[in-house]
Design a protein around this ligand. Structure first.
Ligand code: XIL
Length: 386
């Protein structure tokens, strides 16, 4: 293990010549003369145990097909994770086994497979996601209309949430419903569900989920909330406005999921602004889940050691900031090993090198990003019992 940790001495050995080859983010770090961290950790204790020691849950989103075919992935997940999210199985539509192959059928094989893995290995299980404009099947727009939309939503939520009732830690009831750029005063995205059911659809979906499942935390999940940019500021304001509105209606909502798809080349990170947002969320009585964390290395140097350092620094800075907020109860990475990450497809590098956005590398060795997460967990204070 020790030889995989970059020590301070080794960092010095990297030398300025190597540093000169670094891209945008790295020159920023140099300009601000920030010391490069050594990312050493005191033990090999897995992330789930380090998290549990502070009353936090750590886990990952993994595809059921990858888990089934790759024993090394499965054993890494069992070792590191306290919670599992099926990356595909609970969306209406996914490439291999869609949950909703047709208007009147459900295919639970992928989701069941993930749940069985979680139960067999003592992991919690998280539901993702019931209402999302991105994952609607092809038949949806032909079949669902203003007259039957409410019935479709109710039937979907009753059937899916009902099937797993009592077995789920938390459900992403509504995903990515805010888009200030769409120009509405309530900040809502112009999505099919909004057009079909009006702005009440979010409250409605939460009430339906609550009817089918009383135990799980019901979550509103969204992205683009992390940085100190005008866009993110507008999104934070609109999400806060939505959550305040839902609370005022008495909607059964329990947590905000912050996706946290971060970028290794984004320099506009302001911990205080993010913490203020988290405080505002917590003051509504809501918990916070960092629900889809990963760090794209798209615009970074090709040099692996340097790239890994930059990515690790982003993990450590981000998690140190968000874990200051006691309402943050879980941290979930969107994937665990670089062998399987949606970013290979969605944020490929222009030099075609393989991407390295996750805590474990493609050969299932822990990376500096793993150390960074471990360090942030080790330093964070214990979450209050609620
Ligand atoms: C992604 C999956 O990782 C891909 O494999 C899939 O094809 C598209 O969706 N926000 C979300 C997740 O809420 O569901 C997305 O997952 C990533 C962005």
């Amino acid at each position: 293990m020790a030889d995989r940790l970059i020590t301070r001495r080794r960092t010095l050995h990297l030398g300025l010549a190597a540093l000169a080859g670094m891209s945008a983010i790295s020159s920023h770090h140099l300009a601000k003369s920030e010391p490069l961290s050594d990312f050493t950790v005191s033990s090999n204790t897995p992330l789930k145990e380090r998290a549990a020691a502070i009353g936090l849950i750590y886990g990952a989103a993994i595809r059921h097909d990858h888990l089934a075919k790759d024993a090394q992935l499965a054993s890494s997940v069992i070792q590191e994770c306290g919670i599992l999210v099926p990356e595909w199985g609970l969306k209406w539509s996914t490439p291999d086994k869609p949950l909703r192959p047709s208007p009147d059928s459900f295919d639970f094989r992928a989701a069941d497979q993930s749940l069985e893995f979680a139960v067999a290995n003592g992991l919690l299980f998280r539901g993702h996601t019931l209402v999302w404009h991105e994952s609607l099947p092809d038949w949806f727009s032909k079949i669902v209309n203003r007259q039957n939309a409410r019935e479709f939503l109710a039937q979907h939520i009753q059937t899916v949430v009902g099937r797993y009732a009592g077995k789920v830690h938390s459900w992403d009831v509504v995903n990515e419903a805010i888009e200030p750029a769409d120009g509405r005063s309530d900040g809502l995205r112009s999505s099919p569900w909004l057009e079909l059911l009006g702005s009440d659809y979010i409250d409605l979906a939460f009430r339906m989920a609550h009817q089918a499942e009383e135990k799980a935390l019901l979550v509103y999940n969204d992205y683009g909330l992390d940085y100190d940019t005008d866009e993110a500021e507008a999104k934070r304001a609109a999400v806060l406005q939505l959550l305040r509105h839902l609370k005022s209606l008495g909607t059964p909502i329990h947590a905000l999921g912050i996706q946290a798809h971060l970028s290794g080349s984004e320099t506009r990170f302001n911990p205080q602004k993010l913490q203020e947002f988290l405080r505002n969320i917590a003051s509504l009585g809501l918990k916070i889940i960092i629900s889809e964390l990963d760090v794209t290395d798209k615009n970074l140097t090709i040099q692996v050691h340097l790239r890994d350092q930059i990515i690790a620094k982003v993990y450590e800075d981000y998690l140190s900031a968000v874990l200051m907020e006691p309402a943050v109860i879980a941290v979930i990475t969107w994937g665990l090993s670089d062998r399987y990450t949606w970013l290979s497809e969605f944020q490929p590098r222009s030099d075609s090198a393989s991407v390295r956005p996750l805590p474990i590398d493609s050969l299932f060795q822990r990376k500096l990003a793993w150390n960074a997460i471990a360090r942030a967990f080790d330093r964070a204070s214990i979450r209050p019992l609620t």
